[in-house]
Ligand binder design. Structure first.
Ligand SMILES: NC(=O)c1ccc[n+]([C@@H]2O[C@H](COP(=O)([O-])OP(=O)(O)OC[C@H]3O[C@@H](n4cnc5c(N)ncnc54)[C@H](OP(=O)(O)O)[C@@H]3O)[C@@H](O)[C@H]2O)c1
Length: 298
């Protein structure tokens, strides 16, 4: 009998962490960590967790994800987003395990106007992207290439947690009831990614022992405006909302935020889909599947 593969998972209270736990494949022993049991800002604790559990893999799904707040808390964002993968990678280099490091489209500047390839140079616009880029770099410096998988993804949302989809459901309801339009940015383009397809990609990467730099999102492209319109339409169709608000497209300059965001950050996922043997799922279909899991009052 083969023994279970031990996988230490960080950020289990987060939206991806919860999806990873909900889809834990047979033959995997999950070592569940949350902010309460493992502080990712504490590099020593991260290394100690690896030395204690000696996992075959660490999935580092936890992160400092508050993109705008990171602009005023750069040191904490760096400790969590770069210090933790650095510490995991250093300890795994000793214990012989592997790291699956989740990363982001925000490591790119979004100005090239075509989908990013996994081997393209990083050039983040804000603190969050810069700290995630530094985490990728430090992990790659610590581990042999065949023991590190960096999986960059984009616009993550699911039926739980804090995300654009759940925020839009709430705003559609409020604005439609007030007879007001919902203003949403139309000049930033990327691709929404559901936590369930992303979790599936993570487990496939582990099952196949995939290494290197990879890109994963659902298929197609959307602006935040497109995404908001689709959320309204599909939520009404599912009976989650009595009616959708009218959505008004606006430019980035009309909704100023502390952090600058890439205007076009599509990720080319073709090589990763081949490596993981997973078919593309259009983001609208993935959205319908997520909405099917949202309780009516959300
Ligand atoms: N969300 C996106 O749109 C997006 C896009 C691209 C890439 N990603 C990447 O995908 C991964 C998963 O993101 P997600 O959307 O699941 O994020 P999330 O829902 O914000 O979850 C992040 C988790 O990390 C935990 N965390 C933050 N600081 C911590 C600390 N100091 N110690 C321990 N835990 C800490 C959070 O704990 P609390 O719940 O207690 O705050 C939360 O459970 C991350 O690596 C993220 O960078 C996300």
């Amino acid at each position: 009998m083969t023994s279970a593969l031990k996988v230490l998972i960080t950020g289990c209270g987060g939206q991806l962490g919860q999806a990873l736990l909900a889809s834990l494949p047979p033959g995997i022993e999950g070592i569940v960590t949350t902010r309460a049991s493992l502080d990712l800002a504490d590099a020593e604790a991260c290394g100690a967790a690896v030395r204690q559990h000696r996992p075959d893999w660490v999935i580092n799904s936890g992160a400092y994800t508050a993109v705008d707040r990171a602009e005023s808390e750069p040191e904490l964002a760096l400790r969590v987003n770069a210090g933790a993968p650095d510490a995991f990678a250093a300890a795994l280099a000793d214990t012989g395990g592997r790291l699956l490091q989740l990363s982001t489209d925000f490591v790119f500047n979004g100005s090239q106007g075509s989908p990013y390839q996994p081997d393209q140079a990083r050039d983040p616009l804000g603190v969050y992207g810069a700290t995630k880029a530094e985490g990728e770099r430090r992990a790659a410096d610590r581990l042999p290439p065949d023991r590190l998988c960096v999986l960059r993804t984009s616009w993550v949302y699911g039926p739980v947690g804090q995300n654009f989809c759940l925020t839009m459901l709430r705003l559609h309801r409020l604005k439609a009831a007030a007879g007001e339009p919902l203003a949403v940015i139309a000049d930033q383009v990327g691709c929404p990614t559901s936590t369930s397809t992303l979790a599936q990609a993570c487990w496939a990467a582990i099952a196949r022992g995939v290494s290197g730099f990879h890109h994963w999102s659902d298929a197609g492209a959307a602006s935040w405006y497109d995404f908001a319109v689709a959320i309204g339409e599909l939520a009404v169709a599912r009976g989650l909302l009595p009616e959708a608000a009218a959505v008004r497209p606006i430019g980035t300059e009309e909704y100023p935020t502390p952090a600058k965001r890439p205007s076009y950050s599509l990720l080319d996922c073709r090589a990763t889909r081949r490596a993981l043997d997973l078919p593309p799922l259009h983001w609208r279909q993935a959205l319908a599947a997520v909405l099917a899991q949202v309780p009516p009052a959300a």
